[in-house]
Design a protein around this ligand. Structure first.
Ligand code: UDP
Ligand code: MG
Length: 312
């Protein structure tokens, strides 16, 4: 039986919290009764510096409901940090954690699927939304393209997986070895490795309240993903620079050939010179950038490998 802690970051979620606790408690009590999870399993809310009554609600629920625990951050630090704070606080108390959003967008039924996968020996179970029916047309149509673009830019993630996932205590201890400040958990977790699997679930609309991730914040988050995971955009500068210089060089040769045979306009050599000069500068910036990028990755001090087994 699994001692399971469900971790939910909350920022100004007073409108949904009572319903979230109700649904989660029902599901968890059912799993406890069916002896799938242990009875000392918990629901852990992480209050990310909310300005409304979220924390007092958590305090009250903690008194009334033996399943509910609360972690309070000193101020708002954003979803990723709040989630990590919750996971790191409880990682030694349980066998596995499941992280979910507090707004009930992630179907609580996924808990059962994830625990079943965990029991099969998976250290990480990625929650992947099976349909995007409830998303707006804009979100749906851009999702795949966006994912591919992110991958191209160096942020390799599991498609349609956000931050709903199960992680075993072992995987959490590995996660703790990533010391980076610019967090993009869905990019870091796959770096851990181990046997992992996917649990599909339906993602519905937010139960109540407003999204704390408007488009502007989402784009910022995606850029955070790209820049925190890889230095690939720098490489693209170098490549652009090289291509531009090459273009200028070829054009110059063509100009020289044509110049001796017939009259060509004087605009051509100017364009060649501009293309060459810009290209060389871009290449130089790119090369410097490569070193900056390497230093950036070095500074993160990410673990180079994890040994899973040592047979003696
Ligand atoms: N959240 C948080 N800190 C923040 C913003 C959001 O802990 O600064 C929590 C929020 O309470 C919710 C989860 O992160 O549980 C996802 O946020 P939201 O539902 O607003 O994002 P969306 O689903 O619209 O992308
Ligand atoms: Mg949401």
């Amino acid at each position: 039986m699994t001692k399971l802690y469900v971790v939910l970051p909350c920022y100004n979620e007073e409108e949904v919290l009572p319903e979230t606790t109700k649904r989660l408690s029902t599901k968890m009590n059912e799993l406890i009764a069916r002896q799938i999870i242990r009875e000392d399993s918990k629901i852990v809310y992480v209050d990310d510096g909310s300005k409304d009554k979220t924390w007092s609600l958590i305090e009250r629920q903690n008194q009334e409901n033996p399943l509910v625990q609360g972690v309070k951050l000193t101020r708002n630090k954003g979803h990723q940090n709040a989630l990590l704070a919750g996971l790191m606080t409880v990682r030694d108390c349980c066998d596995a954690t499941i992280s979910m959003d507090a707004d009930l967008q992630d179907d609580v039924q996924v808990i059962e699927t994830m625990v079943a996968e965990y029991e099969k020996g998976n250290e990480i179970v990625y929650g992947v939304r099976s349909s995007r029916d409830t998303d707006t047309v804009f979100k749906k149509s851009t999702a795949l393209g966006f994912y591919k673009l992110m991958k191209f830019l160096g942020a390799d993630t599991v498609f349609n997986h956000a931050d709903c996932r199960l992680m075993s205590g072992l995987a959490l201890n590995r996660l703790a070895e990533f010391k980076e400040v610019n967090l993009f958990l869905r990019g870091i977790v796959p770096m851990i490795g181990y046997k992992s699997s996917i649990a599909y679930y339906d993602r519905s609309e937010r139960f109540a309240g407003e999204s704390k991730y408007p488009l502007k914040k989402m784009i910022a988050f995606a850029w955070q993903g790209v820049t925190s995971l890889s230095a690939k955009p720098i490489k693209m500068i170098t490549i652009t620079g090289i291509l531009l210089s090459l273009l200028g060089f070829i054009a110059l040769i063509v100009f020289l050939i044509l110049y001796s045979s017939s009259a060509v306009g004087m605009l051509w050599p100017i364009l060649c010179a501009i293309s060459l000069a810009c290209g060389l500068q871009l290449t130089a910036i790119g090369v410097i950038g490569e070193y900056v990028g390497k230093s950036y990755i070095e500074i993160k001090g990410r673990p180079r490998f994890f040994v899973e087994t040592y047979l003696e």
